[in-house]
Unconditional design. Sequence first.
Length: 107
Amino acid sequence: MIDQLASMDLNELKAIKKQVDKAIDSFETRRKKSALEALEAVAKEQGFTLSELLDAASSTSQKSRGTAAQKFANPHNPDETWSGRGRKPGWFIEAIDAGKSLDDLSI
């Protein structure tokens, strides 16, 4: 088959690519439909609808952790703070690299 592809021109290859992309999309759609049907059957066995379970899952996962207390401040600009969660801000990294300790940056 590789030999056949090598002998085709660009338009023929693009046409084949479109057909393959369409087949992949169709395959994924069928798999998703099958998975959805299986999930609906399991939910029904448990006495629920799938949307009831999804609504319950989204309402519990949307509970916020709240805002975290700020733990560190930029020594050059105290208005810039960081809670210690998430990505370290540039000023924090620079201060640590410059020899500051966590205690030096603590609020």
